[in-house]
Design a protein around this ligand. Structure first.
Ligand SMILES: [Zn+2]
Length: 481
């Protein structure tokens, strides 16, 4: 498989360090609020990546952190404490907030068919690991104490801007507008490893450390959690593109300084989900969550399909109209699969292999999910038997996770319930209940005789029985609602 590596700025063949395992790390959510669907785009694409690696036969161990402490509202160690902000807003303790939004996050993931990583570790579980790393960084001269905090000294590195497509001046802390410069720092990009001098007097979570009572910086948690569960090397590190700087840059700085060798081989970054007015955020415009999609009647898997239709390294523009288009595509796809004969169990192996090759070709080229969806249509259009098609679609769905066969089976079951009765050229489609059919026919006759009051009365009577009628050319359809 070829993957674009943000660290080298090119597509590279993916070769894991150890033949028996792929070590994969994902930056998890900061659990002070619901995730918006822009955050979830990253997790959907990372899920596809993990599943595709497994599909190719790799044994993957994936670890994710849960940021339940220490992430300030600016990525650069300044601003408010996000967890504390959430707790104050909802009159709960910080840990109650963390638990509530962790559960909400995984509930959203489940609705989007995002697999839970093998290890999910809250940051507050690994304080000893962070203290160990910070102690060693101080010992090795990569860190210093100043103004009550411990900082990483970026001037000690040969190279700091590893993702150097970023412009140093644009991103340097202290020159960003509205960010107050921390005068304890020796260099503008130094970052906090351990806070003892909290700006927040009511900081709820604090731990003892060799440098006084305090709490870890945000970046250190991912290095600590990754090394705790995956050891001293990492194949693949994932996150949203806004994590590249400063978060991932700082993770590399501290991890490699601590280990004394190269740490992670491939960096996978998912680009933004934008709205028509710019980057999606919690504070701007409508707060788009999975629950909101459901309230508006959208199947969360239609959103998953919407994400799969575009490449993870392109910004994607969300609008309700674009989502409606994905819903239509999804429904048509399910209808086509439902029309296949599921009693056909024979598989033409040569056809199966040829069509699977197209799917593999798409995903092994930097996870081209939109071409993988095209491969699904190629299966539907192929001149082969339905058994082969269904076997392929089930196989592809191990990666796509769109519930293609399950939804098609539900559609078939719904269609099987529909029975048609024709009386005097008038066709009634329903569940084959003669009493209901008779009322539907009476209503049609009332309408024909222009007795609309009677027609409405019958409609209401059916409604009272939980039956809804839809007039269609040449007849009517009814269903229980
Ligand atoms: Zn991280």
């Amino acid at each position: 498989m070829y993957l674009y590596n943000s660290a080298s700025h090119k597509k590279e063949e993916f070769v894991p360090n150890h033949p028996d395992i792929v070590k994969m790390y994902t930056c998890g959510p900061t659990v002070y609020h619901f995730a918006h669907i822009g955050n979830l785009r990253s997790y959907i694409m990372e899920d596809v990546l993990e599943k595709y690696l497994r599909y190719q036969g790799y044994n993957v161990k994936r670890v994710m952190n849960i940021t339940d402490v220490g992430h300030l509202s600016s990525d650069a160690d300044t601003g408010e404490d996000k967890m504390l902000k959430g707790a104050k807003r909802e009159h709960k303790t910080v840990m109650e907030i963390a638990q509530y939004y962790t559960d909400a996050f995984f509930s959203d993931c489940k609705k989007l068919n995002i697999k839970r990583p093998d290890v999910v570790e809250p940051a507050t579980n690994c304080i000893a690991e962070y203290i160990d790393i910070v102690s060693k960084l101080l010992e090795k001269g990569f860190a210093y104490e100043a103004g009550g905090n411990v900082y990483f000294d970026t001037s000690k590195l040969d190279q700091y801007y590893v993702f150097n497509d970023h412009d140093e001046e644009d991103l340097a802390v202290g020159v960003r507008e509205g960010v107050e410069e921390d005068t304890s720092k020796r260099n503008k990009n130094d970052f906090v490893l351990w806070f003892t001098k909290s700006k927040f007097e009511d900081q709820a979570l604090k731990w003892d450390s060799p440098w006084g009572v305090g709490y870890p910086g945000w970046h250190i948690e991912c290095s600590g959690i990754s090394m705790k569960h995956l050891g001293e090397d990492l194949d693949l590190h994932c996150g949203g593109i806004d994590n590249a700087f400063p978060h991932h840059t700082n993770e590399i700085a501290q991890s490699e300084a601590y280990l004394g060798h190269h740490w992670c081989n491939y960096w996978f970054h998912v680009h933004h989900l934008n709205t028509n007015t710019g980057k999606m955020s919690k504070s701007k415009g409508e707060f788009l969550t999975v629950s909101l999609l459901e309230e508006k009647g959208y199947d969360p898997l239609a959103y998953r399909l919407f994400c799969l239709q575009s490449h993870y390294r392109r910004s994607l523009v969300f609008s309700w109209e674009n989502l409606d288009n994905a819903v239509t595509t999804y429904q048509k796809l399910i209808n086509k699969i439902a029309a296949l004969d599921d009693s056909d169990k024979t598989v033409d192996q040569a056809q199966f292999d040829a069509l699977k090759e197209k799917f593999n070709h798409a995903l092994s080229n930097d996870l081209n999910t939109s071409l993988a969806i095209t491969a699904v249509y190629d299966v539907l259009k192929a001149k082969t038997n339905d058994g082969t098609k269904l076997a392929l679609l089930g196989d592809f769905d191990k990666v796509l996770s769109l519930d293609l066969l399950e939804k098609a089976a539900a559609k078939r079951a719904e269609q099987a319930k529909t029975k048609t009765a024709t009386t005097g050229g008038y066709t009634i489609q329903g569940e084959g209940d003669p009493a209901i059919d008779a009322l539907v026919l009476q209503r049609a006759e009332a309408k024909k005789a222009k007795n609309f009051a009677e027609a409405d009365r019958i409609r209401d009577e059916l409604k009272a029985q939980g039956v809804e009628i839809i007039d269609v050319p040449g007849g009517a359809q009814w269903k229980r609602v």
